[in-house]
Design a protein around this ligand. Structure first.
Ligand code: C2E
Ligand code: CA
Ligand code: CA
Length: 710
């Protein structure tokens, strides 16, 4: 070798090795994270690219060390060198992309690669030298035993270290990752060259007079090396293209897979996302807990719930919702380490088992990655979809035993949602007491349904101008055996969460209808408004059930109205509109409740087939304090009247508010000024007394309500 002549070759060799290592790191990360079912194909492609790359680099290095070599790439020795290189590539990919890289694998793999490298070197050199020596190549190469031992030892040690670093980098997620990858690639380039140089010192070649140099001039050598490098770049690009193809292929197969789930898979796998299902996860959790008890380390359970997922199904259709869930699964898998596992346990609920951790600090980067990865927009069928997730984390054994872990993580997730979503929350003592209360609430609510502990109270609705009673709103109360009367705000959200609300609401609707029936039996024509909960939207039989009740209790359509909160309507717009169409067809009346409590749009009103709007109490409370409120109420009433809607003011507490509403031409009102919600008998008595008074005085008065309802 002539250093001056070969400096370009050396630089080329370093660049080629550095490049190859940089790309290799990418390959390994990809192998580690991919959820493609073609993982073994990818492993093959990458091993092939890496092995062939090593072979090409060795070739360049040999050109540096030996001036008088002859060449046949397709000689048996050359093919043998290539074959060994492929085994090295496979070993590297196999060992480093594993979920858990254990020391024994590193050592075995490193030794295999070290010895393999030497074998490869030997075959390549023999191959390069062979053409003019028909006789055995062995005769041409003699070993220097001590240097041979040294060379192989150095190669093995360097390989073990490199494997360890590659395995570490694939899962590293710090800021400086590209920089670290670059440095490592450069060092690898130098190491490979150095090792080849050491290999070179361990042999003696008898080539001097015999060989007819195939490439001898500087220009020839550089040219050849450049061609090899170019070939190497092409090879790696090709590997990339193949990998991309398989990744994509995995995705486009989604539908086929979903419709034809692998029979053997269905028991433990979620057919849509291919993730383990709840059952499989329970299994995995048990194993992890046992393992962690043996190794006395800690595991964490992250409960991941998507924020704002339901509207995606409603607004874009289920196929888009499914595609989002599939992508979510892939992103979650990519966000966790390979020793962790992700499962889908419900519609938009996932869990991640974070294994082998020492402290909370180990968990945080992983859950941060989870939250961040879901926050990135999803592009599904050309539509951008933005969601986020809330994550609750419970740690074993700190937060409880295996049975409690899921409940704790769920409670922490709920807290994360409450605190504004798109974040994670660790389980703590505050959540613990809240979740204990929740458990108690759940148990009590089930008992309440069983033992019929609910009742309805009724708040009269009054005609603004005449002050005559026009009906009543039915409001639920829970008569708890030990805690007394519980208001809906303190149990409706819990009932919704535990999926008990439908049973409760069915009871409310039935009971409301019976109240109308009983009032008529007692001689009073009563109009009742019933509040509909969010979940009732999803009940496809709702209209039929209402019609049946109306029929059973012989209730005229005008006697029964349903209130739906404005926010619920807006959040479930499509379903709401559909429900309105069904209601219209069945002649069921609808009021938009709490109108104006949130952002609202007046123009929105004209597209809705509703009968009434109920102005939120916040508006009414400010009607005399604040000119804007008064003007707004004025505008809403005018528009509503233009659209032929009835306007009810809620939360009327003072005479001044009452007067203002009369001025503004409001239709009906309800509030403490007249009466708080009262039991059925009291309501009927009130209405009867009012009509008696009316007969004698010819008018209704506020004071009559106050004395009778009190
Ligand atoms: P909402 O539908 O807006 O009901 C009106 C609430 O305002 C009632 O509270 C009522 O007692 C209260 N209220 C009445 N007059 C006044 C007043 O002058 N000033 C003030 N500050 N408040 C007044 P309640 O009964 O505690 O109900 C709260 C919420 O719980 C209701 O709000 C409704 O959203 C829900 N809810 C009640 N009953 C049911 C039910 O049977 N089913 C469903 N799904 N939700 C219900
Ligand atoms: Ca209401
Ligand atoms: Ca309301």
């Amino acid at each position: 070798m002539n250093f001056h002549d070969d400096i370009w070759l050396i630089l080329l060799s370093l660049t080629a090795s550095g490049f190859a290592m940089y790309i290799t790191l990418g390959f390994i990360s990809h192998l580690y994270r991919t959820t493609s079912r073609y993982k073994s194909v990818l492993l093959g492609v990458y091993s092939f690219a890496i092995g062939s790359g090593l072979w090409a680099i060795l070739f360049i290095n040999l050109l540096i060390f030996h001036d008088n070599l002859s060449l046949t790439i397709f000689s048996a020795d050359m093919l043998a060198a290539w074959f060994v290189a492929l085994i090295i590539g496979l070993t590297l990919c196999f060992v480093t992309s594993k979920k858990v890289v254990v020391l024994s694998n590193l050592i075995l793999g490193g030794a295999l690669i070290g010895i393999g490298s030497y074998a490869m070197f030997y075959f390549a050199l023999a191959g390069l030298n062979e053409i003019n020596h028909v006789s055995s190549t062995v005769a041409l190469i003699t070993f220097e035993p001590l240097s041979l031992l040294l060379a192989i030892s150095v190669a093995c040690i360097a390989s073990v270290i490199s494997l360890a670093i590659i395995a570490w980098i694939k899962d590293f997620s710090g800021e400086n990752k590209p920089f670290i990858k670059l440095i490592f690639s450069v060092i690898t380039g130098i190491t490979i060259l150095a090792i080849h140089a050491i290999f070179n010192t361990s042999i003696m070649l008898k080539t001097a007079q015999a060989a007819q140099p195939f490439v001898s001039t500087f220009a020839d050598k550089t040219m050849l090396a450049l061609v090899i490098t170019l070939g190497l770049v092409c090879l790696f690009l090709l590997a990339f293209v193949i990998a991309l193809y398989y990744e994509k292929f995995g995705v486009s197969n989604l539908m086929a897979r979903k419709n034809n789930p692998d029979a053997a898979n269905t028991g433990f796998k979620d057919p849509l996302t291919q993730l383990p299902n709840r059952r499989a996860f329970q299994h995995e959790l048990q194993t992890a807990v046992k393992r962690s008890a043996r190794a006395s380390n800690t595991i964490a359970l992250a409960y991941i719930d998507l924020d704002h997922f339901k509207p995606i199904n409603d607004n874009f259709g289920h196929h888009v919702g499914d595609a989002v869930l599939f992508s979510v699964a892939q992103r979650l898998n990519a966000a966790v380490r390979v020793c962790d596992s992700v499962a889908r346990i419900g519609g938009d609920e996932f869990v991640a088992l974070i294994d082998e951790i020492k402290s909370d600090a180990d968990i945080i980067p992983i859950v941060e990655r989870i939250v961040q990865s879901i926050k990135e927009p999803f592009l599904i069928q050309g539509q951008q979809i933005d969601i986020s997730c809330s994550v609750g984390i419970a740690v074993y054994p700190r937060d409880g035993d295996i049975d409690k872990l899921m409940v704790c993580a769920d409670a922490a997730m709920y807290k994360a949602k409450e605190s504004g979503k798109n974040q994670f929350r660790f389980f703590d003592s505050e959540i613990e007491s809240a979740s204990d209360q929740m458990l108690e609430m759940q148990r009590d609510l089930r008992l309440a349904i069983e033992n019929n502990e609910f009742s309805l109270v009724f708040q009269p609705k009054i005609h603004c101008k005449t002050q005559s009673p026009v009906g009543a709103e039915a409001l639920i109360r829970w008569n708890h055996p030990t805690k007394g009367v519980i208001l809906p705000i303190d149990f409706i959200p819990a009932a919704e969460r535990f999926g008990l609300i439908n049973q409760i609401n069915d009871w409310v609707v039935t009971e409301g209808c019976r109240a109308i029936y009983r009032a008529r039996e007692a001689g009073t024509n009563l109009n009742i408004s019933i509040n509909l909960a969010r979940q009732q939207f999803r009940n496809p039989n709702l209209v039929d059930e209402i019609l049946q009740l109306r029929k059973r209790y012989k209730i005229p359509a005008k006697n029964l109205m349903f209130e739906i909160k404005e926010t619920t309507a807006i959040r479930n717009e499509e379903q709401f509109k559909q429900l309105l169409r069904q209601f219209k067809a069945a002649d069921i009346k609808v009021a938009l409740d709490d109108f104006g409590s949130h952002q609202f749009s007046l123009s929105y009103l004209q597209h809705l087939n509703i009968d009434e709007i109920k102005l939120d109490k916040v508006f009414i409370g400010q009607i005399n304090e604040n000119k804007t409120s008064r003007s707004l109420v004025d505008a809403v009433i005018r528009l509503a009247h233009a659209l032929d809607l009835n306007v009810v003011a809620e939360g009327v507490e003072t005479k001044a508010q009452h007067d203002a509403l009369v001025d503004l031409n409001c239709d009906h009102m309800q509030g403490y000024l007249f009466s708080a919600p009262i039991p059925e008998e009291k309501l009927l008595k009130l209405f009867q007394q009012l009509s008696i008074n009316f007969k004698s005085t010819g008018q209704f008065s506020v004071s009559d309500y106050q004395t009778e309802a009190a």
